[in-house]
Design a binder for this molecule. Structure first.
Ligand SMILES: NC(=O)C1=CN([C@@H]2O[C@H](COP(=O)(O)OP(=O)(O)OC[C@H]3O[C@@H](n4cnc5c(N)ncnc54)[C@H](OP(=O)(O)O)[C@@H]3O)[C@@H](O)[C@H]2O)[C@@H](O)CC1
Ligand SMILES: Nc1ncnc2c1ncn2[C@@H]1O[C@H](COP(=O)(O)OP(=O)(O)OP(=O)(O)O)[C@@H](O)[C@H]1O
Length: 465
């Protein structure tokens, strides 16, 4: 389509040029012939030549005008096309929401039957839900109200599979497939508007790293929703960020909710802290985001909140959790009432994801393990031995963008794979590549800010070559 439109402009301009040539080519020839006349005739001819030059100027003017008209027509056509496309997307979104509501009502009926049966799990595997929809078929309201306290949803399969180099390269290719092309036809915002919820008096770096990473990966706009006293500090780090000092205001949830229709994904937790009021507000924002069907990445103190109230996110298929080792064991113990088995990380990850309703989980560490309860992807892309604070924030901000892109691209672009798994693999590889590059330059003195500066080249190296 894009090439077609480019060709249309080129052909239009070329046609105008050919018309111009056919119409006025003779004039050029006459002018060239006149340059060989004798001096006696030259005066008379000079005025003729001036006349010819004037005509040439006019012709040029006319030609330029024609070109500008053609270009203007093209852009008008393009604008109309984009408007139609926007309307089509809106209609599609409305249809999707309607379906969600209908199916949600059905699920609410099923859920109430399940809770009446007190955690009944059918013994026949074929009776268990094995359907992956990455979020089309849920009413998030009904899920949060009916699934508390958490129900452990058992699955009939557990794939303990690591991946060969060829398979890793295939996943890289899937990441490349979901990256939107850069074209001159898009307007600001189309490649991603990401919201980061976090940032309080103690922690201003974490939301900054997440938000700036989102921009450097390729989002167009990055919003930070933080407390009042963190806002000026975060703004002073970067003029690129849009900072809302609302998180400790009594109206915090409504203030953020007003922005949600304009956001493509939210990252909840970097630098949020554990103040009760802020956690309560984060909870409200998660609930509102679920209603809107927005992909939610939950990290850091957002995971602390989830460990206290797993039902808040359980069963929401557009959520991605990014726990480090400590955060993972908190979640695992909260959901499975058992300590993590250090001899079976894959199994624990699968069980936790399944217990949470097949959410995507990125268990960060020496090797990042990524699972949706069915598959485990392993990202062991070379990083470094340097473990400075803020690397997880870079990961969650990058994932905010990639999750949006992958979700938009859908399973067709990811070869039927869960798009969130692909996005998570992309974000982990990218973070580790940044770590590797920055470490080569700075060694032990490397910090998260040095990694942020590597995002552009790391991204190109991994995904655009
Ligand atoms: N510049 C900034 O503003 C930054 C702000 N940040 C923000 O800080 C907030 C709190 O985050 P957090 O990670 O410190 O809290 P939490 O998970 O309770 O860890 C506490 C203790 O758990 C342990 N531990 C941690 N990781 C582990 C591991 N992999 N493997 C094993 N153990 C591990 C370790 O215990 P220790 O080893 O010290 O005994 C650690 O001290 C949060 O909002 C975050 O976003 C950060 O993003 C950094 C940059
Ligand atoms: N031992 C390791 N070796 C190589 N890479 C690692 C290692 N541990 C973590 N990483 C990389 O760093 C990323 C961040 O993981 P980390 O455990 O530092 O998160 P975090 O503690 O949440 O970070 P933050 O300091 O931002 O809170 C991981 O996704 C992974 O790519």
């Amino acid at each position: 389509m894009i090439w077609g439109r480019g060709a249309y402009v080129t052909v239009a301009l070329a046609s105008a040029l050919i018309l111009f040539w056919l119409q006025y080519g003779k004039g050029f020839k006459q002018i060239n012939a006149h340059t060989n006349e004798t001096p006696l005739l030259s005066q008379a001819k000079r005025s003729k030549k001036r006349h010819a030059n004037l005509t040439l100027d006019k012709m040029m003017e006319k030609f330029l005008q024609q070109s500008m008209d053609t270009e203007e027509k093209f852009y008008k056509y393009e604008e109309q096309r984009l408007k139609i496309e926007d309307k089509r997307r809106e209609a599609e979104h409305a249809r999707e929401l309607q379906m969600l509501q209908m199916l949600g009502q059905m699920l609410a009926g099923i859920s109430s039957t399940v809770s009446q049966r007190s955690q009944f799990v059918p013994s026949n595997p074929s009776q268990r839900s094995n359907h992956r929809s990455y979020g089309e078929n849920f009413n998030y309201n009904s899920m949060t109200t009916t699934l508390s306290p958490p129900i452990v949803i058992e699955r009939s399969f557990s794939v303990h599979k690591t991946h060969s180099i060829k398979e890793m390269e295939n996943i890289f290719q899937l990441v490349r497939n979901v990256i939107p092309p850069l074209t001159a036809k898009k307007h600001k915002g189309q490649d991603g508007r990401i919201g980061i919820v976090g940032g309080c008096q103690e922690y201003t770096g974490a939301p900054y790293f997440a938000a700036i990473s989102a921009l450097k990966v390729g989002a167009d706009l990055s919003h930070v929703f933080c407390t009042k006293d963190a806002a000026t500090v975060i703004k002073s780090y970067s003029p690129e960020l849009i900072v809302h000092p609302v998180l400790d205001s009594p109206d915090a949830v409504r203030e953020v909710e007003n922005w949600l229709p304009r956001l493509h994904s939210v990252v909840i937790g970097p630098g949020l802290g554990r103040d009760d009021l802020l956690l309560e507000h984060a909870k409200g924002i998660i609930e509102k985001s679920k209603v809107k069907g927005i992909p939610i990445v939950i990290d850091a103190d957002g995971l602390w909140l989830i460990a206290q109230q797993p039902s808040l996110i359980q069963g929401y298929p557009r959520a991605i959790l990014t726990p480090n080792a400590m955060e993972f064991s908190r979640l695992y113990e909260a959901m499975l009432r058992d300590p993590v088995d250090n001899n079976d990380y894959h199994g624990c990850l699968l069980r936790l994801s399944q217990a949470l309703g097949n959410l995507t989980i990125v268990q960060k560490g020496e090797r990042d393990l990524i699972s949706d309860g069915e598959k485990v992807l392993v990202c062991s892309h070379e990083g470094s031995s340097r473990r400075c604070g803020g690397q997880g924030d870079i990961l969650s901000g990058s994932l905010g963008v990639l999750a949006h892109w992958a979700f938009l691209a859908g399973p067709e672009k990811t070869n039927g794979q869960n798009p969130f798994l692909v996005a998570a693999f992309g974000a982990c590889s990218l973070t580790r590549q940044c770590n590797n590059q920055a470490f080569q330059k700075f060694g032990r003195s490397m910090t998260a800010s040095d990694m942020v500066l590597e995002i552009g080249t790391a991204f190109n190296k991994l995904f655009e070559t």
